[in-house]
Design a protein around this ligand. Sequence first.
Ligand code: ADP
Ligand code: MG
Length: 138
Amino acid sequence: MERTLSIIKPDATERNITGLVNAMIEAAGLRIVGQKRIRLTQEQAEEFYKEHKEKVFFPSMVQQMISGPVVVQVLEGENAIKHYREIMGATNPAVAEEGTIRKTYALSIDKNTVHGSDSPEAAAREIEFFFNHTEIVG
Ligand code: ADP
Ligand code: MG
């Protein structure tokens, strides 16, 4: 069993499709073992995405992440990190595979509906970034 950090981004909470995204997560066999709806501060968003701070899209990406509420989640399952990346689909929804969350719901590369950790190290850091042990119930 493995855990990964998911974020349902502001473009999705704005469209009221949290439940639709969660249905795809659960249909894929991943279990939502922690979940809360929060509003990121600019400082939190910049710290969370610090690996991208030199990228040209960094300022607009941070603005997008703080533009509305997000739902942060801990997902549990076999190979959860890789499995979730697969069902999320490619970063750019234009090239994401049919049936993926991003192909189904994302609007554009900067409004791409979900985040998922990309490695075990990232998952550990990102889960700890948002959750206490008592908030994750498997
Ligand atoms: P992923 O979310 O698939 O792991 P990255 O970690 O590379 O993708 O990028 C983080 C987020 O930054 C993406 O989900 C997307 O919202 C945004 N982003 C990435 N590349 C671009 C780009 N070229 N233009 C605008 N936003 C981008
Ligand atoms: Mg990433």
